[in-house]
Design a protein around this ligand. Structure first.
Ligand code: FAD
Length: 397
């Protein structure tokens, strides 16, 4: 008998999973998405980078699924005629103090099999790749690419519909109750029973997990990342993508320059605590989300460890000249007026434990017939098709 499977969440992870399920004819698949469009949250508010696997701990799910996911995504874009531009990424050590961290990135990149990676110790070579970047050393990943993730998600959804799957928008899941071997899924307008449910709810993954009685930990502490755009007549300052060496104590990559598929160059994102999970500016405040973050046992250890960096990020969010100074470190010709307009923001769904430690790797939980994706931060967009295969192989057989 055909299994009825519900996927909660129409971001790139949920949509890629639905596509994998219908392609393999593993069930009668319905995607339930609360917004009026797919890719409305993280998938539609990110840097659009197809990561090549530079940063991730060798052997981790992130490392493995990023490598496979990048290749699958490249083939998918070719098949659908979607842009996949290998613009290349340069990770720049601005001074000697960053060389150790750069060496660790090079070690991880090599262990992860990042294709065509080049270590650069010669400023002349660095300038050949990015003539306006400044630094003492770098690693270059020429195969790092740019895509349009919302367009990719829509193309995946077309495949789902063509194969007989359903994508239902404006359908928020408000209840999940296990009844024997099956699950009752409640939305505002429906009450249906499914054989399997997979929750790919991004910023709401802990909220939806609680509906089925799962452990409230890890909790999502939302961190907003804000972008500026570079004046089009100054976009030649950046040929591809220029990244700083990330601070290894912090999960985010630092403000970087990214050329997109549309040739616009974005600068960002920073990382400030968000006052609403789905709030894209300082004026978006959810008392429930903010209170929930403040009272989470892990919040205090987290604040103790990172308060200095937190204040620095908040001030750069509020005062443009401080944001500019961060960006100018590795592109010294940048002028304040080159950052012309705020170019939107995204909120990261990063999972944190009760002890304040962040969950570094992708994480999946199971409660009976319900599979819960608990942590799918960057590079989950890059890895989405490989995450879908992993879920099918390890959790949905
Ligand atoms: C600023 C920023 C930059 C990033 N840059 C990159 C990058 O360059 N490359 C990369 O690979 N990754 C990047 N990422 C990470 C990447 O965007 C995410 O890892 C990925 O989009 C996660 O996809 P998802 O489907 O899990 O989540 P989402 O895209 O957030 O989708 C979850 C969906 O679930 C829906 N939902 C939630 N609750 C319910 C409910 N109760 N009922 C129904 N629907 C529900 C939401 O509305 C949403 O549409 C970035 C993220 C951010 C925020």
């Amino acid at each position: 008998m055909t299994r009825k499977i519900a996927v909660v969440g129409g971001g790139i992870v949920g949509t890629a999973l639905a596509r994998e399920l219908v392609r393999r004819d593993l069930g009668d698949v319905t995607v339930l998405e609360k917004e009026d469009r797919l890719a409305a949250h993280q998938t539609g508010h990110n840097s659009g980078v197809v990561h090549a696997g530079l940063y991730y701990a060798p052997g981790s799910l992130k490392a493995r699924l990023c490598a496979t996911g990048r290749a699958l995504l490249q083939d998918f874009c070719a098949e659908k005629g979607l842009p996949f531009r290998e613009l290349g990424k340069l990770v720049v050590a601005v001074d000697e103090s960053e060389l150790r961290a750069l060496a660790e990135i090079e070690r991880r990149s090599r262990a992860n099999g990042v294709p065509d990676l080049e270590r650069i110790d010669d400023v002349g070579r660095l300038r050949e790749i990015e003539p306006h970047a400044a630094g003492v050393a770098a690693v270059h990943s020429p195969r790092t690419a740019a895509v349009d993730y919302p367009a990719v998600t829509e193309a995946m959804a077309d495949d789902v519909r063509r194969a007989g799957g359903r994508i239902v928008l404006r359908e928020e899941v408000t209840g999940l109750r296990i009844v024997g071997p099956r699950v009752r899924v409640t939305t505002a307008g429906t009450d249906d029973v499914y054989d399997r449910v997979v929750v790919c709810a991004g910023l709401q993954s802990d909220v939806v997990a609680r509906l089925v009685g799962a452990d409230p930990s890890p909790r999502i502490l939302p961190f907003r990342g804000e972008y500026w755009s570079l004046a089009p007549d100054r976009s030649d300052l950046v040929h591809g993508m220029i990244y700083p060496v990330p601070d290894p104590r912090f999960p985010f990559l630092g403000v970087h320059f990214t050329r997109g598929v549309d040739d616009l160059v974005h600068v960002g994102p920073n990382a400030v605590p968000a006052l609403a999970r789905e709030g894209y500016g300082w004026s978006a405040v959810s008392l429930r989300d903010t209170w929930g973050s403040l009272t989470w046992p892990g919040a205090l250890p987290l604040a103790r460890q990172h308060w200095r960096m937190g204040l620095d990020e908040i001030s750069a969010s509020l005062v443009k000249s401080r944001y500019y100074r961060k960006a100018r470190r590795f592109v010294p010709e940048l002028r304040p007026d080159d950052l012309v307009a705020r170019a939107g923001a995204g909120v990261r769904a990063q999972a944190w434990g009760r002890d304040g430690a962040l969950l570094d790797d992708f994480a999946v939980d199971t409660v009976g017939p319900v599979t819960l994706v608990r942590n799918a931060p960057s590079p989950a967009a890059t890895s989405s098709m490989a995450i879908a295969q992993h879920l099918v192989r390890e959790h949905l057989r």
